[in-house]
Design a protein around this ligand. Sequence first.
Ligand code: PLP
Length: 377
Amino acid sequence: MIYLDHAATTPVPREVADAMYEVLTNQFGNPSSQYQLGLDMKKQVEGWRKTVADALGCEPKQLYFTACGTEGDNWAIQAACWQNRHVGRHIVTTAVEHSAVLECCKWMEQQGYEVTRIAPDGKGSITAEQVLSAVRSDTALVSVMMVNNELGNVYPIADIAKGLAAKNPKTLLHTDAVQGFLKVPFSAKALGADFITISGHKIGGPKGVGALYIGPRVRNPRPLLAGGGQEGGLRSGTEATAQIAGFAKAVELRTEDLADKLAHMAELKAYAVERLTAIPDLTVISDGTAPHILAVSLAGWPSQNIVNDLSAQGLCISAGSACHQGKPSHVVAALKLPKKTAGGVIRISFGPETTKADIDACADALKNHHDNRMPML
Ligand code: PLP
């Protein structure tokens, strides 16, 4: 199998699975238990929190483990709106956020909030000026993703944070960094966002674990789950110790020689652009600079047919976000591309283990698809 869909999820290295197995079997204690097995686990969880916090560039006490990126996004939006309920009922976001943000914003609309969704240009770019010009005196929250999961565009979060301080210092800033964490170097402290969402399974960790950074401007953050008081009383529920252990091990492995890994992915992306654009009718549709995501279109050939054909040959690529489960992507729709181009958009995404031979196989399969299947759009 050739796996070129690392933006959907990533394989778990052996060391990560081993770290999880150890916690599931020998070190299975509940961190809240007061005997040694529990006390040891509590200490371990705090160690794993420090590992992830160090990689994110924040204090361990600012990092709360969650069940996934989706949970972090939902929590951040609700906590920001709660803190700023007296500032106003306006949210600024983009039309190309992950559904975890967009659906939560829709839900806020049902509760009386007004939501402004910034549209990208035809290449997926969004500027800080566009976002800031939508901010008003009653804007409670700005939520803009760090890296677009379908296009690979990197959005100017630090500039938005700086601009917000001048335009409306009360507005809180959330960034969904699920595709940015350990892909686009940044430090939570320097970034200036109040909430940062990350997820384990995009960086070689298991599915079912993520984390939310909550910065110092968020006073008395609104708890997500009330109960036994875990995660500083903000997100109760017995800690998912094995998932957290796996997340921290994945972070540890990914951060080893991270610059080399990112350079390798960027080089592969450039190689993929070179190989794929040699195929007739194939164009790059985004100028996104994230090293691991490349969006192209085989204009005229429906993307789901391409995915199915390549899948039959053991090649995994995506027709846009895996979260859309075959439905047309709102991200591609927001680019307002010609129908033929929009219908043929596919996403190829890389990890540190991806090789040039994988790209060659993908390019050959796409060329075959182009040459041997009739265009249908
Ligand atoms: N945000 C972005 C940008 C994503 O790409 C994803 C997953 O595809 C998520 C949020 C959701 O993360 P999770 O699958 O951990 O809920």
